[in-house]
Design a binder for this molecule. Structure first.
Ligand SMILES: Cc1cc2nc3c(=O)[nH]c(=O)nc-3n(C[C@H](O)[C@H](O)[C@H](O)COP(=O)(O)OP(=O)(O)OC[C@H]3O[C@@H](n4cnc5c(N)ncnc54)[C@H](O)[C@@H]3O)c2cc1C
Length: 565
């Protein structure tokens, strides 16, 4: 039988994975990988850590776990895959089943025939039309060339100030990388909050953490111009005409699928601008598959198409496309729940499933949420804090979303939640879920499970809560609820909100009830450091006849606004 000819356009995450999977399933197929850049299989997610000096060997971004650089010779010798680097696919002729390529070094054109084609062209920068964006010193952080440029800035130590435009995942990672390089950094985000995969309260807490590292974070404003002298960047101008002087600026304003090639070949493109694929990753042409940042995929909760430019998804989709191109449509890629995580200095921030914001945008409003703050391990094992928000469908009790930030093990919490969401687990199952427990790894009731317990208490009407955001709004609008902090003097001397709260330690509360409002329907908001004692305080008040008692979710630790101490 004639060997199958498989051609793959794009040789990084999705493309290289598709090629490798195809080879494992068919030792005889002729597999050709066409890659515009000089490198293959780049670990793009690692770029910020090379820039920031976490490691110094550039080849680690391109190498296998055993340290072998994945260059064309590696692909040929170990996988029998012909990898053409610095070669651009410029046209696809679907009738002749061939791809026209240009060798970028010589300019020579050639044609490569295919039986099956996989398009993995990724995504490119969505650059805003800001004057001066072409100045020397303005860059993105999307390619090896960008990475080399920023790493040079770190090594040369000439640039002392940088501006990051955009507070998404790449913007925040770039911010940390440059700050860790000894550069003074300002992060400018147009939206009211950074990291759009978080709801505002958790995003503000994360921004506070970035500020605590000496970074200036400016939200709710745009960069309106890059200003230069002799073609070189000298500063950026903001909407209010403020000028921030800087030697470099990183534009991190998002990416857009690279679909020109596919679109010109008549392959269907979706409303969001990505290549449309079915669950086999097949495009509108059954002989052509697509995978990675260039496609639209289904959101598993809303059922709508989304763009989800993430490295894990690109690899998973590449694997499915590679198998189906070789074996016929036999495996499926079901979709995404939008799981993301981002390191933020000695803190992490992530989300899986829906946020409250995205649920509302999708008209999913019959939901309950709660913020939980608790340690990731027992205190004697060096506990670190986790702050999370869980989202549950009130009718089905299905977990719809989970966000977590903090300096504890955020990744593990998100991974557990992501599996619970994808497994369509309901709250009643989750509250008794059997997870691995020993003190070096977690408390007896893990943080995510505790979050489920709290939201269950709320749904059963045993816990009435108020968010820090609602409390803040009340204070701003001049309302004066009675605030009760249930901690002891040694604690409030080091950490306190200063919103007019009364301090009555939980242990003495029963004997000091006379100090509370005499009107039994007065609004009383209880809290403590994390609001566990706040909850117990509220129960005592309710037992003694007060009827309008609420617990502030997450206590002082989850308060994202200024505080007295
Ligand atoms: C700084 C940074 C940090 C990131 N961090 C994370 C993270 O922590 N977690 C996460 O999940 N994701 C992360 N991502 C996203 C992740 O890297 C991408 O989702 C992933 O690389 C997408 O893989 P892909 O193969 O679809 O596209 P790409 O990696 O963009 O590869 C596409 C390749 O196709 C080539 N190409 C395009 N057109 C042609 C053509 N016509 N001919 C030939 N070649 C062509 C391009 O040159 C490119 O090399 C990060 C990305 C960046 C830039």
């Amino acid at each position: 039988m004639k060997a199958k000819k498989l051609v793959i356009i794009g040789g990084s995450a999705a493309g290289a994975k598709a090629a490798a999977k195809a080879r494992r399933l068919d030792q005889k197929a002729e597999i050709t990988l066409i890659q515009r850049e000089p490198n293959l299989s780049m670990a793009s997610c690692g770029y910020p850590y090379y820039v920031g000096g976490v490691f110094d060997d550039r080849n680690m971004l391109l190498a296998t776990p055993t340290g072998v650089v994945r260059d064309p010779a590696f692909f040929l010798k170990t996988k029998n895959i012909k990898a053409l680097i610095e070669t651009e696919a410029v046209a696809i002729d679907r009738k002749k089943k061939s791809v026209t390529c240009t060798d970028l070094k010589t300019g020579q054109q050639s044609m490569i025939d295919y039986d099956k084609l996989i398009i993995c062209t990724g995504a490119g920068a969505a650059l805003p039309p800001v004057p001066g964006i072409d100045l020397d010193g303005v860059t993105t952080l999307l390619s090896m060339a960008d990475t080399d440029y920023l790493r040079k800035i770190r090594d040369e130590k000439k640039v002392t100030k940088a501006v990051i435009m955009g507070g998404g995942l790449i913007g925040v990672e770039a911010c940390e990388a440059l700050k860790e390089s000894g550069i003074s950094v300002t992060l400018v985000e147009m939206a009211p909050d950074i990291l759009p995969f978080l709801d505002p309260q958790l995003a503000k807490l994360t921004a506070n953490h970035i500020k605590s590292k000496g970074v200036q974070v400016i939200t709710g404003t745009c960069v309106t111009a890059f200003l230069g002298e002799a073609g070189k960047l000298a500063g950026v101008k903001l909407q209010d005409d403020t000028i921030i002087y800087c030697g470099t600026a990183v534009v991190a304003t998002g990416v857009r699928p690279n679909v020109k090639l596919a679109g010109e070949a008549g392959i269907r493109i979706g409303e969001l601008g990505g290549i449309l694929v079915d669950r086999y990753m097949a495009t509108s042409d059954p002989d052509i598959y697509a995978a990675g940042d260039c496609v639209e995929i289904k959101h598993l909760i809303t059922g709508k198409n989304v763009l989800a430019p993430m490295g894990d998804l690109a690899n998973l989709q590449g694997r499915v496309a590679g198998e189906n191109a070789i074996c016929g449509n036999s495996v499926v890629f079901p979709g995404t729940i939008h799981t993301s995580i981002c390191k933020v200095f000695d803190f992490a921030a992530g989300s899986t499933g829906l946020t409250e914001k995205s649920a509302k945008q999708n008209a999913i409003d019959n939901i309950e949420t709660v913020i939980n703050v608790s340690p990731d391990k027992p205190g004697f094992m060096g506990a670190k804090i986790l702050i999370s928000k869980i989202l549950v469908d009130k009718n089905s009790k299905r977990i719809l979303g989970y966000q977590c930030v903090g300096n504890g093990d955020v990744s593990r919490q998100l991974a557990t939640a992501a599996m619970a969401i994808q497994g369509e687990m309901t709250l009643d199952r989750l509250v008794c879920a059997d997870l691995p427990y020993a003190p070096p790894f977690s408390p007896a009731i893990d943080h995510f499970i505790a979050s489920a317990h709290i939201v269950e208490n709320k749904l059963k009407g045993r816990l009435k809560t108020i968010s820090a955001e609602e409390v803040y709004k009340k204070i701003k609008s001049g309302e004066q609820p009675f605030f009760l902090d249930g901690r002891g003097p040694d604690e409030y001397e080091v950490l306190r909100l200063g919103i007019g709260e009364k301090y009555i330690p939980l242990g003495v509360l029963r004997g000091r009830l006379g100090e509370l409002p005499s009107a039994k329907d007065a609004e009383i908001i209880c809290f403590c450091k994390v609001s566990l004692r706040g909850y117990e305080t509220a129960l005592i008040l309710e037992e003694n006849g007060w009827t309008n008692v609420k617990v502030m979710e997450g206590g002082i630790i989850a308060w994202p606004y200024d505080r007295e101490k």
